[in-house]
Design a protein around this ligand. Structure first.
Ligand code: ADP
Length: 490
């Protein structure tokens, strides 16, 4: 198949969260399976590895009503995979992907990503390469299916299908109806069952309505988003498209996240020999300035610090935990200023037991995964979540709330220790989280043999992309067939 990914993120070039990891790993995996994969993403101001790219010779005109002349850059990591970068200074040469330094979303995000989506539609003409299927991700490229099924129903792309993956339904690209004129899309699309939403437009809703097939990143989340509690106002359209929606759990990229080969670690290890894990723990404890030799459990957190992640509840109970329990915390993340400040204050109060770094730090993320005994992820909702899978791969037992992909990937501890790759609780409350942390501390001190068995089980679990990539392959074929039959009917 010829597959064109249109995406706002792609690791290692630009990533704000799991979306960038997923798209990159899936694209590589599809190319390895013999498909011809091309990717379009923005050339951001702080794009990593720009020295790897080469500029395309001729300019690339994006067919918005106010036409935009852009430049494409290209990188080809393997014969079947090419990544194109859309350079348009006015929109993408900014220090951060979606928001300014104070965390406020850029006011023109809908226009920026409409340009990217339209460019994805124009790219096949420029390359003389017609994809069988577009794979688009979240609201940022959700206009691609809208273009395909409206303005471009006829022509070169008339047989091209589209698959839209929902990585996080909370972000929808809500904007005013002026975006239709900007995008060159017909006014009638502002109808309430298409892009129209409240008094404006909802870009994601348009994609959900028009894409040939829909996926999201875990089976549980696929069910959850069809209910008012998780649907973020889009549950009706998701139920309407329910027969075309499936959940596929993300895998993890073994070339980047493997404790036996991870270059960021001071010592490597595997399930058969965990000695290196203890060395990683001691190294990180020293690095964090923790004094004293007495052993105790180390808890890790790596996260965007937003309400979704439930870490405000951790911040509430953390001082009591650090006062009462013999344990330590290493927390890496950034996001809401008030939450950042709360964690900073806790670290100042307990310098010997809590280390906090407000930053985005790839190296430290790997070291925390390897060094920690437990990883805390009490998310209010979690479409898939990658860190709990990285944790298990590193023999670090995740403590999760049983929602979305956390529920689908972590097997909860049972009392006799015969099963389980982590710990799960149902309702997010300070009491429940406190009780769970208390429970795992007790197991750490009194049932260490159970933890070793759990770590080993977690490490050998299969989180590779292989299985998920095969399912995506079927979804692409399903999308192409459904597009072909709709084409015949019309
Ligand atoms: P989400 O996509 O909601 O942020 P995921 O668990 O799916 O959550 O993915 C988060 C990804 O971002 C992981 O690869 C994680 O290691 C990384 N990450 C998040 N915050 C940081 C940070 N402060 N420093 C380094 N990596 C981070």
């Amino acid at each position: 198949m010829k597959i064109l990914f249109a995406t706002a993120e792609f690791a290692p070039f630009a990533k704000a969260g799991g979306l960038g990891d997923m798209v990159s790993a899936l694209a590589k995996s599809m190319a390895n399976r013999g498909h011809e994969v091309r990717v379009l993403m923005p050339f951001y101001g702080d794009l990593n590895h720009r020295e790897w790219l080469s500029a395309m010779a001729s300019p690339f005109r994006v067919g918005l009503p106010e036409e935009a002349w852009t430049r494409l850059w290209k990188y080809q990591p393997s014969p079947k995979l090419t990544i194109y970068f859309l350079e348009y200074e006015q929109y993408f040469h900014r220090p951060r992907l979606y928001d300014d330094d104070s965390g406020i979303a850029y006011h023109d995000n809908p226009q920026r990503f409409a340009l990217l989506s339209r460019a994805a539609i124009d790219l096949p003409h420029y390359l003389h390469w017609i994809p069988d299927v577009y794979h688009v991700h979240d609201w940022m490229t959700a206009l691609v299916p809208v273009y395909l099924e409206t303005l471009l129903r006829r022509g070169l792309l008339e047989k091209t299908a589209s698959v839209l993956t929902i990585h996080n339904l909370a972000h929808q690209g809500y904007t005013s109806s002026a975006l239709l004129r900007f995008s060159g899309l017909p006014d009638h699309l502002s109808a309430l069952d298409q892009l129209g939403f409240a008094a404006g437009l909802n870009v994601l809703q348009g994609g959900l309505y028009f894409a040939s097939k829909l996926t999201t990143v875990s089976q549980t989340y696929a069910g959850e988003i069809r209910t008012p509690a998780f649907g973020c106002g889009l549950e009706s359209v998701l139920n309407f498209r329910g027969a075309d929606l499936i959940g596929i759990l993300n895998g993890i990229d073994d070339s980047l996240w493997n404790p036996a080969t991870d270059k960021f670690l001071p010592a490597n290890y595997d399930a058969a020999n965990l000695a290196g894990k203890l060395r990683c723990k001691r190294f990180l404890e020293r690095d964090c300035g923790f004094l004293g030799e007495k052993d105790g459990p180390l808890f890790g957190v790596i996260s965007r610090l937003y309400g979704q992640k439930g870490l405000d509840v951790l911040a509430e109970i953390l001082p009591h935990i650090l006062e009462k329990m013999h344990c330590r915390f290493v927390i890496l993340g950034s996001g809401e200023k008030t939450l950042e400040e709360r964690f900073r204050q806790i670290a100042d109060r307990f310098p010997d037991r809590c280390f906090v770094k407000i930053d985005y730090d790839e190296t430290l993320a790997h070291r925390i995964e390897a060094a920690s005994d437990f990883f805390v992820m009490p998310s209010r909702f979690e479409p898939c979540g990658l860190n709990q899978m990285y944790s298990m791969r590193y023999g670090t037992l995740p403590l999760v709330r049983a929602t979305g992909g956390l529920r689908d990937s972590v097997i909860p501890y049972d009392r006799d220790g015969a099963a389980g790759t982590g710990f799960a609780f149902q309702d997010l409350s300070p009491e429940n989280l406190y009780a769970m942390i208390d429970q795992v501390c007790r197991i750490y001190f009194h049932r260490p043999e159970q933890l070793i068995a759990m770590r080993q089980r977690a490490m050998i679990g299969n989180f590779s992309w292989e299985k998920s990539a095969k399912t995506y392959e079927k979804v692409y074929q399903w999308a192409i067939q459904s597009k072909a039959s709709s084409f015949t009917i019309n």
